[in-house]
Design a binder for this molecule. Structure first.
Ligand code: ADP
Ligand code: MG
Length: 386
């Protein structure tokens, strides 16, 4: 292994946070690299803010240690840590100009006025607000104010910038624009960003890596593609994107792969690569087949190979795609996404169709889900299922 200790900006070493008898964060143990855009993603209450506060120093771990740039800072107060935090409520100084808001940090560090000017100018360029330097915050739009807050937090070049749901208050269009803008700014300044969000789309859009959390536990850390394609738990499979989760039973599985029988009937052939790890399952074990909606093919005729019979219950035209809700023979609801330009006159509610997939598409997970069928990306329903 290469020695990349200098590339490690943040390291959590078996960090645990307990409030009374309640465990808010359990054994967080991971490293965030220099220049990484790292998201912490999970439903409300899973411990994201608490983890961020321990990195910033606003909370102390009950056990374990927090390292910044290789130094144990577990007992170091926030103002002595070289990290900055941007909260959802970014309090700009209302009576100061944009430039003075950004200059506040460097001035309190007693940098020379020429250095302050240079840094403020650089930051105004990074956030593309040079022509607004003399305005007051109240004369800016919400997105512009957000960028001032970012510039103010970045101007002293912290080791890392911590962002706690910074876009949650913005409306959808502005939020999407700011996601791209934030990512661009992060690439430009090359500072580590730790970005907390409950919005999986946001995390997938922006991050180099994502830590998916549930109930105080980091369930999986990986690139957006890894986490989407190879979820390591049912929670991650259901929380990231949308997934059809079909409870099944192993009929045979060895080093070459095997076959799994859906609980409602139907056989799914599974290759060796379609599983999370090097597991082998015994006959009769409870597993779940994950089939992403975009991997389902819908036909009237029965195709060769594995296929399931289903009835169309709903057809939703979404412009670039058509979202189909279907019911399997056993009553399980599944979702399929087909191309919007596909000529599919047979796809009406009540139509009997066949669902099939490429051999590489089904993915096997341990255990059975609480809710069979399609998981939505709707937070309420995910939380209700927890
Ligand atoms: P998230 O940011 O993921 O929504 P938090 O980290 O804010 O979650 O909270 C995690 C859990 O810890 C929640 O159940 C919350 O109620 C609890 N919690 C957070 N702060 C405190 C505190 N100061 N005292 C007691 N419980 C807390
Ligand atoms: Mg929070």
């Amino acid at each position: 292994m290469v020695d990349n200790s200098t590339s490690q900006v943040i390291h959590l070493d078996h960090v645990r946070k307990q409030y009374g008898s309640f465990t808010a964060v359990e054994d967080a143990n991971f490293t965030i690299g220099r220049g990484e855009f790292f998201a912490m993603l999970g439903p409300s209450g899973c411990g994201k803010t608490t983890t961020l506060k321990m990195i910033a120093g606003f909370e102390q771990p009950t056990s374990g240690s927090v390292f910044l740039e290789g130094v144990d800072v577990s007992t170091v107060p926030p103002y002595k840590r070289n990290v900055n935090t941007v909260f959802q409520q970014y309090a700009l100084f209302p009576h100061m100009s944009v430039a003075d808001n950004i200059a506040f940090g460097p001035r309190s560090k007693k940098l020379s006025e020429s250095e302050v000017k240079k840094r403020v100018g650089d930051m105004l360029d990074v956030v593309r607000l040079a022509e607004f330097a003399d305005r007051r915050p109240s004369q800016l739009s919400g997105g512009q104010q957000q960028r001032v807050a970012l510039a103010r937090a970045l101007v002293n070049y912290p080791s890392a910038l911590l962002l706690d749901e910074p876009l949650a208050a913005l409306d959808l269009k502005l939020r999407e624009a700011m996601q791209i803008e934030l990512k661009r700014i992060q690439r430009e300044v090359e500072i580590t960003f730790v970005f907390v969000t409950h919005d999986q789309g946001e995390a997938l859009t922006m991050s180099d890596r994502i830590a998916v959390m549930s109930q105080g536990v980091v369930e999986q850390i990986g690139t957006p593609v890894d986490i989407y394609k190879k979820p390591e738990s049912l929670f991650v499979a259901g929380f990231i994107g949308s997934a059809n989760l079909l409870p099944s039973t192993v009929s045979q599985f060895d080093a070459a792969g095997g076959t799994v029988v859906l609980n409602g009937g139907g056989t799914v052939t599974v290759g060796r690569d379609n599983v999370a790890s090097d597991v082998t399952w015994a006959t009769g074990e409870e597993v779940t087949i994950m089939l992403r909606p975009e991997h389902l093919h819908v036909t009237v005729e029965r195709p060769a190979g594995d296929a399931l019979q289903a009835e169309v219950t709903d057809v939703v035209f979404q412009g670039s795609a058509v979202r189909l809700v279907l019911q399997l023979d056993n009553g399980t609801e599944v979702t399929a996404i087909v191309g919007g330009d596909a000529d599919l006159p047979f796809l009406r509610p009540g139509a009997a169709v066949w669902l099939s997939w490429l051999a590489t598409s089904p993915y096997v997970l341990d255990g059975w889900p609480d809710l069979a069928g399609a998981t939505t990306t709707n937070l309420e329903s995910i939380e209700a299922a927890l």
